[in-house]
Design a protein around this ligand. Sequence first.
Ligand code: ADP
Ligand code: C5P
Length: 248
Amino acid sequence: MDSLPELDLSLQSNGGPHSSTLPHKQPFVIGVAGGTASGKTTVCNMIISQLHDQRVVLVNQDSFYHPPSVEKLKKIHEYNFDHPDAFDTELLLSCMEKLKNGEAVSIPNYDFKGHKRSEQARQINPSDVFILEGILILHDPRVRDLMNMKIFVDSDSDVRLSRRIQRDTVERGRNIENVLDQYARSVKPSFEEFILPTKKYADIIIPRGADNDVAIDLIVQHICTKLGQHDLCKIYSNVFVIFSTFQI
Ligand code: ADP
Ligand code: C5P
């Protein structure tokens, strides 16, 4: 049996740029990693909905997939979308640099059915909080260095596979045979080789993903505390100080 993942909210600094207080006007950047269908997007949406009076922007790492070449598209069943090289990390870094400098950027939308960037890009404005979400968002040290808080969503692999079958057949234009073949050929091996090892960089590990309301509440309180604005957040932050002396 796996050892119990821990939710460590003891505010350790993992080399992020702002270990205790935020410099004026700098956005708070949160990274959310985890295996495919672990619930990363769902967790992010729960955090965003609880941060209702903050300006929060979700940036998906999927937006930065390299479009495979025409040659590679012909053999798409051999392409590894779970390898770090599948992503245009330079583009992600330059977009984040601009956003942190207060400039708006345009980022691609990704089309999972066509394995390409959609024609319509997405305009993103500077914001108070950015959430960077993706399977390998904690992989590159330069991206990790942008983050004030790093989260790893840890869900059971059988649960993830069953969700992936459901989602990819309904939403991403795949059939069960495709999904299972891709899972065995590249998704699972790359999870073990590249994604799971990034768990060690996380400040917070969320067992059971979006089912873990307690973890999500505590994360939201921590963000509020760091943003230091809201009266309610100040009340919660006192509660948080009590909780943060424990590991859950
Ligand atoms: P990820 O972003 O990690 O790929 P998602 O949050 O998109 O994962 O979730 C993948 C699928 O699983 C979605 O269809 C989502 O609705 C579903 N899902 C996520 N978390 C849960 C949960 N706790 N219970 C039930 N279904 C869930
Ligand atoms: O939403 P999720 O985190 O699951 O998205 C990442 C997954 O999308 C990867 O595991 C990758 O295998 C899959 N993917 C795909 N086809 C693409 C791009 C990504 O199946 N064209």
